[in-house]
Design a protein around this ligand. Structure first.
Ligand code: HEM
Length: 224
């Protein structure tokens, strides 16, 4: 059969907005601690926004479009190993959505982000600033959790570094421009690909989900 390429929409707008907002907030959150001495308030606001994004993304993983759903990229050991064996082949990736290895990287990143957010709520910085739930636990426990908050960040920055390196590996070695796909939503894929399982849901649903996520975080901050 004659195989040509076509542009196929693989990422919905909410997933793309989630991703680039996550990148921005992650940078602000990191910069507010590493680059400035007195930017704890900014760190808190970036953290609350990250928590909102994270809750949104977890819910979207169940009610969003097909490629955003966990069931779409949560692959078993067999499929992951089979894909991993093809990783070094310099040919474009023809997965609609995340490939099995990338899917695991996403799950690990989201899990580490969740751990980072949860520990942040109970942390303090040895000065006057502490997370909104820190006063529910002892100072010693809060100090321990603050240490864990820092350690998780080191894991997180390592996996994010690997994630960015992987994206560039795909770009220059495998000739797959995943970055453009995460910006425009469209991936160039063979026209022989079966796209019958691909579907999207309305952006209005995403707004509702985001409102639920924001309300949870607002309630947490206001009533803590
Ligand atoms: C400028 C730096 C970054 C670039 C160029 C980038 C690029 C990308 C691309 C192309 C994808 C889609 C991968 C695929 O096709 O399977 C993706 C997904 C993802 N990235 Fe990044 N990324 C960056 C930074 C980050 C950071 C800092 C984080 C976390 C703090 C992050 C977390 C994620 C997550 C969670 C996904 C999955 C998206 C979803 O399914 O909702 N990325 N990224």
């Amino acid at each position: 059969m004659n195989t040509t390429n076509q542009k196929i929409k693989v990422w919905d707008l909410p997933t793309r907005l989630f991703h680039w907002s996550l990148v921005l907030c992650f940078a602000v959150s990191w910069g507010s601690v590493e680059l400035f001495d007195d930017a704890m308030q900014i760190h808190f606001y970036a953290g609350y926004t990250l928590l909102t994004l994270l809750i949104f993304r977890v819910l979207w993983g169940f009610v969003g479009g097909s490629t955003a759903r966990f069931s779409h990229f949560w692959s078993g050991v067999h499929a992951t190993k089979a894909y991993a064996r093809t990783l070094l082949k310099p040919r474009p990736n023809d997965n609609i959505g995340h490939n099995p290895v990338g899917g695991w990287a996403v799950i690990i990143m989201l899990t580490l982000l969740a751990a980072q957010m949860i520990t942040g709520l109970f942390s303090n910085n040895d000065l006057l600033d502490s997370g909104p739930l820190a006063h529910y636990i002892s100072g010693d426990l809060s100090d321990t959790i603050s240490g864990i908050h820092g350690t998780i960040f080191n894991f997180l920055i390592t996996i994010v570094g690997l994630h960015i390196a992987a994206v560039f590996f795909y770009r220059f070695y495998k000739h797959s421009n995943l970055i453009i796909a995460m910006i425009t939503g469209y991936k160039t894929l063979p026209n022989t690909l079966n796209t019958s399982g691909l579907y999207f849901v309305s952006n209005f649903r995403a707004i509702l989900v985001l409102a639920i996520a924001a309300a949870c975080v607002a309630a947490l901050v206001i009533y803590s």
